[in-house]
Design a protein around this ligand. Structure first.
Ligand code: HEC
Ligand code: HEC
Ligand code: HEC
Ligand code: HEC
Ligand code: HEC
Length: 179
């Protein structure tokens, strides 16, 4: 009798946790701390940190368009075509270039489709990449730093408006962020 009860209780707890996990997974953008392994071990610490390559050198879309974008492998070859250092990951890179194939990077940040977010609107207003993405130049592997929830967006928009009441209301209008 007791064993049966324990079994049932365990089963119920398992079902509830599975449900919660599925619910969390279904909330697309809300994966704070997500840091997937990438097909090539590209290190921002090495490139943007130690070598001080500007974010916009690679993510040039961020200034003018909605997407910051990931640079095509040709951009990597601007340097790796000349650098002599070899490694397994640089071999992988060169193989892709030879076969004219793009790298299959795994997206770290994912907002749901019903949200409109535009990089240029933020970069032009002087919001630093790190305000939203954290200290990427110290990361050997990119990790989602911000929660990417609606509350997170609104909190910043509200604080900006409070600090400068003359700015047009960017901000809390549902239609600006939702289609
Ligand atoms: C030499 C090129 C290069 C430079 C410089 C660079 N990045 Fe990247 N970035 C990449 C590549 C390639 C990826 C995709 C692989 C990965 O996620 O590590 C990426 C991915 C990212 C992502 C994750 C995108 C996603 O999938 O959600 C963020 C955020 C990011 N970079 C921000 C920055 C910031 C901020 C800087 C400057 C501090 C910077 N990057 C500098 C090449 C670069
Ligand atoms: C106001 C916050 C904010 C700022 C500032 C910001 N980002 Fe982002 N970034 C985001 C969000 C939110 C996403 C997810 C967008 C999506 O899923 O549609 C994202 C996605 C990305 C991606 C993934 C590819 C893409 O274009 O969606 C890269 C790369 C990236 N950001 C790099 C940068 C760089 C480099 C800068 C500075 C030049 C920057 N971001 C500034 C919030 C920001
Ligand atoms: C502006 C120059 C520049 C660009 C552009 C660049 N890299 Fe690098 N990369 C370097 C330097 C410098 C190093 C340090 C290695 C060295 O000492 O030669 C490095 C190192 C690496 C390493 C580590 C090698 C190891 O030790 O395992 C990988 C992997 C790599 N880069 C991949 C990429 C990829 C992928 C891209 C394109 C998204 C890229 N790089 C773009 C300059 C660059
Ligand atoms: C500054 C941008 C922004 C504004 C303004 C905004 N939202 Fe959102 N909203 C988001 C983001 C980002 C998400 C997705 C992340 C999440 O679910 O928290 C979201 C998610 C939602 C969701 C889905 C919630 C869920 O749990 O799946 C609803 C419903 C919603 N918003 C309604 C509204 C309404 C109504 C307004 C106006 C009062 C509004 N939003 C204004 C950015 C915004
Ligand atoms: C760290 C602060 C910060 C965060 C976080 C942030 N924003 Fe913004 N956002 C700004 C600033 C600053 C502006 C420019 C304000 C202006 O032009 O008046 C802006 C402008 C916008 C605009 C243009 C509004 C207009 O009036 O044209 C949209 C849309 C927007 N943000 C959506 C988002 C969404 C969606 C998120 C979350 C995923 C987000 N923002 C997160 C600071 C932020």
């Amino acid at each position: 009798m007791l064993r049966r009860f324990v079994f049932l209780a365990t089963a119920i707890v398992c079902l509830i946790s599975a449900g919660l996990v599925a619910y969390e997974m279904s909330r697309v953008g809300v994966h704070q701390g997500y840091a997937p392994e990438q097909p090539i071990a590209f290190s921002h610490k090495l490139h943007a940190g130690d070598s001080r390559i500007q974010c916009l050198y690679c993510h040039f879309g961020a200034r003018t368009s909605r997407h910051a974008g990931i640079p095509p492998v040709n951009v990597c070859m601007n340097c790796h075509g000349m650098l002599t250092k070899q490694s397994v990951d640089i071999e992988k890179l060169k193989e892709l270039v030879e076969r004219r194939q793009p790298a299959q990077w795994i997206k770290v940040h994912n907002l749901p489709d019903f949200v409109y977010f535009n990089h240029s609107q933020h970069v032009i207003s002087g919001v630093a990449c790190q305000t939203c993405h954290g200290p990427v130049e110290t990361m050997a592997r990119v990790r989602q730093q911000a929660p990417l929830t609606m509350g997170w967006c609104i909190q910043c928009h509200r604080s900006r408006q409070v600090s400068d009441p003359h700015t047009p209301a960017a901000n809390l209008d549902c239609g600006k962020c939702h289609y």
